[in-house]
Design a protein around this ligand. Structure first.
Ligand code: AMP
Ligand code: MN
Ligand code: MN
Length: 323
């Protein structure tokens, strides 16, 4: 665990700030970046720029006030401070990394166990539920607006599977309580951003479940979607969030593997575990990363190559856990 820093101290004399999160942004990524961005804009009037950068802003997150200010292109700019949020390594910042390289100071706030640490100031806590939880700890609750609170709440709720995963601590719940005290419709927020699926998203989920297979005496479940399937339903990677969690919800399953084809012989892999297998170790081996119970990577080869490689590592860990 790395020590928390004093935000006011770090921002002394600073004029221009950039905030960015990982590529293929999820709820925690959007929530932590927007929460911090709004807080800085609202409370530090001397700042000349607080620019937010994300690769894209999935449509469902647009219900948050301020998402319209998030930049998805990368003009030539330089910054005094660059915040990297919810990002386990520099490579996952995508194009925003160019601002990191030219910034006066880099501040990394993250909760990935695979994060080896980067930046001049680091606040990395793998036990934390989310980057949004860590961002909250840096802020003064009295100065937090309802819009910033809403963004952080969404981030925490998404990364904890709405407070069900083991990364949920009493501190997480206390912070969530403080955030809802700001007064917003959290029920509607979670319905719109987490639970609700479009018709096509539900169809592709159904397809993935139908075509799933059990391996290792039912301890591992796999499902893979080809590019032609995604094209048939007219969906993209963003529409597939939640499929791997649904696979993991199968009784008896320890590890769920979900992959989808991103290019010829290239797959985005999502791994989920109930705790016996450290999927972050498996994903890290193949150049990705994440957490013990949720991790991801990108792999090359045929679907069979990818599954063979992954299951070999998972089976090894399962056997070790059983002995
Ligand atoms: P996902 O399966 O994409 O929902 O990701 C699960 C977790 O693993 C998230 O915390 C991601 O940030 C992390 N993760 C996913 N893909 C990668 C990758 N290629 N490299 C590092 N971490 C990843
Ligand atoms: Mn994330
Ligand atoms: Mn996160």
């Amino acid at each position: 665990m790395m020590k928390m820093f004093d935000l006011d101290q770090e921002l002394k004399g600073v004029k221009r700030i950039a905030i960015a999160g990982h590529i293929r942004p999820d709820g925690d990524c959007v929530g932590s970046c927007l929460g911090l961005g709004l807080y800085l804009r609202e409370n530090y009037p001397a700042l000349e720029a607080v620019d937010l950068y994300l690769e894209s802003v999935p449509e469902r997150f647009r219900v948050l006030e301020g998402t319209e200010t998030i930049r998805t292109s990368y003009p030539k700019e330089t910054y005094d401070v660059f915040f990297s949020l919810d990002c386990g390594d520099i490579g996952r910042l995508g194009n925003a990394a160019e601002y990191l390289h030219t910034a006066g100071k880099v501040i990394c706030v993250d909760h990935h166990i695979s994060n080896h640490g980067f930046g001049d100031v680091q606040f990395i806590e793998p036990e934390a539920s989310s980057a949004s939880e860590l961002v909250y700890l840096l802020l003064d609750d009295k100065k937090l607006s309802v819009n910033a609170a809403k963004a952080l709440y969404m981030g925490i709720a998404h990364d904890t599977g709405v407070f069900q995963y083991s990364c949920t601590s009493s501190r997480t719940m206390e912070i969530a309580g403080k955030l809802i005290d700001k007064g917003f419709d959290f029920n509607e927020l979670l319905d719109l951003t987490f639970f609700q699926k479009t018709y096509l998203q539900n169809q592709i989920l159904g397809r993935a479940l139908l075509e799933s297979m059990l391996l290792m005496d039912g301890k591992c479940i796999i499902s893979a979607l080809r590019k032609k399937d995604l094209d048939f339903y007219g969906v993209t990677g963003e529409d597939l969030e939640g499929i791997v969690s649904q696979l993991r919800n199968t009784a008896g399953v320890e590890v769920a593997i979900f992959l989808y084809e991103t290019a010829i012989q290239e797959f985005k892999v999502s791994l989920r575990s109930n705790g016996k297998v450290d999927v972050s170790r498996v994903a890290s081996y193949f150049g990705g990363g994440g957490h013990v119970r949720a991790a991801g990577c990108t792999m090359q080869g045929s679907v069979y190559d990818v599954l063979n490689n992954l299951t070999l590592h998972i089976e090894k860990q399962l056997k070790a856990a059983e002995n």
